[in-house]
Design a protein around this ligand. Structure first.
Ligand SMILES: NC(=O)c1ccc[n+]([C@@H]2O[C@H](COP(=O)([O-])OP(=O)(O)OC[C@H]3O[C@@H](n4cnc5c(N)ncnc54)[C@H](O)[C@@H]3O)[C@@H](O)[C@H]2O)c1
Length: 390
């Protein structure tokens, strides 16, 4: 009989609602999971409480009380980035397992403090939702790299591009100082590079750009998702608010062993909706993955006489590919990855982490160090060494 674990979710936005569905699905997807997560409470804004209660949440609007409630075992932080630090530190203090959205923090210093605090309590889960680790294609890519399938890495290219950040998209926390494209999308692309290759940059040089410097005030145009996506409408646009962060970032870097790479992220690339991916070029082959074709990993084996890309279906389960597959090729999507993430956290709490390692606070701290390095590089228009950022 699986042990139950009471989960409280902080935040009732996109991620909070996706996560609630995922916890309830964990033991349905994975009946052998040793721990059954059960939704306990949720923090929502007062304005969201009625809708949350309607969909079955025990919604509360006192954030501290939800975190400290003695019946709760596990806190899941789905709040805007700037609120992660306080919520996580209080959850650690209260002795709760913590799963936090990315980016873990808004500076390397915050991330370091959070990491040090949680590592003093090794009995607690510390995990960050770098969700794309939970896609079987990326677990498989990591396995190929670890097995040294194609030899030494020579060049890497990563990208995470979206298109919703045009001039008609109103202001939201995502355009404030703590909500830029680099932390939002770049953090995923960095973690994916680190996860698949096991390497971090030695030196990097970056540029960050703000295409749209002022945005419509959401108080006059609405702040819900539909309004945010309301491009080109003739709605009353009211006042403008100053944007404080990047719309796009580009990074060039060197890696241990002599490889070089680049990373790009933007919210202004028409035709991309959630186009996250990478290309890795090795001495004897290449690997590429893109979220647009999420269930496949493309592999190029240069030792074969027939030159060409093999498009490998990774949504198959079994011994070669990670995670549950209901039947080969019955395709996986974002919600399935979220179930895998919650499942993986339960395994880790139970003392196992079999399929693919959970992204820890320390992993996310490495990403925050890189983000600090990128900002410094652009501010000073210079190359920087990652080792100088702690
Ligand atoms: N891992 C991923 O793939 C992924 C995808 C999207 C977002 N995220 C991350 O998840 C987090 C939440 O993003 P989201 O898309 O759900 O955001 P959102 O704006 O849709 O929701 C945020 C929620 O936080 C709460 N909140 C908002 N402002 C608040 C305030 N001032 N005081 C108290 N509570 C407040 C509300 O409940 C709100 O619904 C962010 O850190 C974001 O980077 C991760």
């Amino acid at each position: 009989m699986a042990k139950t674990l009471n989960v409280s979710i902080l935040g009732y936005g996109m991620m909070g609602t996706v996560r609630a569905v995922a916890y309830e699905a964990v033991t349905r997807y994975y009946p052998s999971c040793p721990i059954k997560p059960t939704l306990y409470q949720a923090f929502t804004l007062e304005s969201e409480a009625a809708a949350a209660k309607e969909s079955g949440w025990d919604a509360k609007s006192d954030l501290d009380a939800v975190i400290k409630d003695s019946g709760c075992d596990y806190i899941d932080v789905c709040l805007p980035n700037a609120m992660h630090y306080d919520a996580v530190m209080k959850a650690i203090e209260a002795g709760k397992h913590v799963f936090c959205e990315k980016p873990l923090a808004v500076s390397a210093q915050q991330a370091r403090e959070m990491t040090e605090a949680v590592e003093k309590k090794p009995e607690l889960l510390n995990a960050v939702n770098f969700i794309y680790r939970r896609c079987p294609s990326n677990v498989y890519a990591r396995k190929l790299v670890k097995e040294n399938k194609f030899g030494k890495l020579i060049e890497a290219r990563s990208f995470y591009n979206q298109s919703w950040g045009g001039p008609d998209t109103p202001y939201s926390w995502r355009f404030g100082k703590t909500g830029g494209t680099l932390g939002d999308l770049g953090s995923h692309a960095l973690d994916m590079l680190y996860y698949v290759t096991g390497m971090r940059p030695i030196e990097l040089c970056a540029m960050q750009w703000t295409h749209i410097t002022e945005r419509w005030d959401p108080k006059t145009v609405g702040s819900d998702l539909a309004a945010r996506m309301n491009r080109g409408s003739d709605a009353n646009k009211g006042e403008k608010v100053k944007v404080e962060t990047d719309d796009a970032t580009r990074i060039m870097y060197t890696l241990p062993g002599g490889a070089i790479g680049s990373l790009e992220c933007t919210r202004n690339a028409w035709g991309t909706e959630n186009t996250h991916g990478y290309e890795l070029y090795f001495e004897n082959g290449a690997i590429r993955w893109c979220y647009d074709d999420v269930n496949y990993l493309s592999i190029y084996d240069a030792s074969k006489p027939e030159r060409g890309w093999a498009r490998v279906l990774t949504n198959r389960g079994g011994k070669d590919f990670a995670y549950q597959s209901f039947a080969d090729g019955h395709m996986y999507g974002y919600r399935d990855f979220t179930v895998n993430a919650c499942y993986e956290n339960m395994l880790k709490i139970a003392g196992a982490d079999e399929e693919a390692p959970v992204a820890t606070f320390r992993d996310a701290y490495d990403v925050e160090r890189t983000i600090d390095a990128v900002r410094t590089s652009w501010e000073n228009r210079t190359w920087v060494k990652l080792a100088d950022f702690t």
